[in-house]
Design a protein around this ligand. Sequence first.
Ligand code: ZN
Ligand code: ZN
Ligand code: ZN
Length: 146
Amino acid sequence: MPIVPSQAGYPVNRRTNCPHIQDHVSPDWAKVTVDVSKPCTVCNDASENWRCLECQGVFCSRYIKGHAAEHNQGTSHPISVSFSDLSTWCYACDDYVTDPLLKPIEAALHLSKFGTIPPDSGDIEIASEENSTAGGEGTSGSASKA
Ligand SMILES: [Zn+2]
Ligand SMILES: [Zn+2]
Ligand SMILES: [Zn+2]
């Protein structure tokens, strides 16, 4: 695959062999609605947050109050995705990581942040909090099934 700079600003060199993604990313994650404007659940700061891909908690970065790192230390949930640049960080690898499993997650975040899914997302289906018809596949069902 050619290396193309992403409009989302991913770090270029991401680890592709993180062994933790498979065990710690919920397979249902892509069905969870994503809102990149969610504040930290601990301190309510909304400026720079990460979402834990295991329990879906939202926590602020090390440049705010470090609640994401604190969450990792308290729970051993290793995988978080950034609301700022949509990159995925593994605390266990101590590195940025990427994996095909993360594609729906990255697409859902991209949709929430930019209003579109990335062009290389294929036919991923995403639950959007807005009633977006970006998929164009006759989403006749109601969005909320509460
Ligand atoms: Zn890892
Ligand atoms: Zn916080
Ligand atoms: Zn967690």
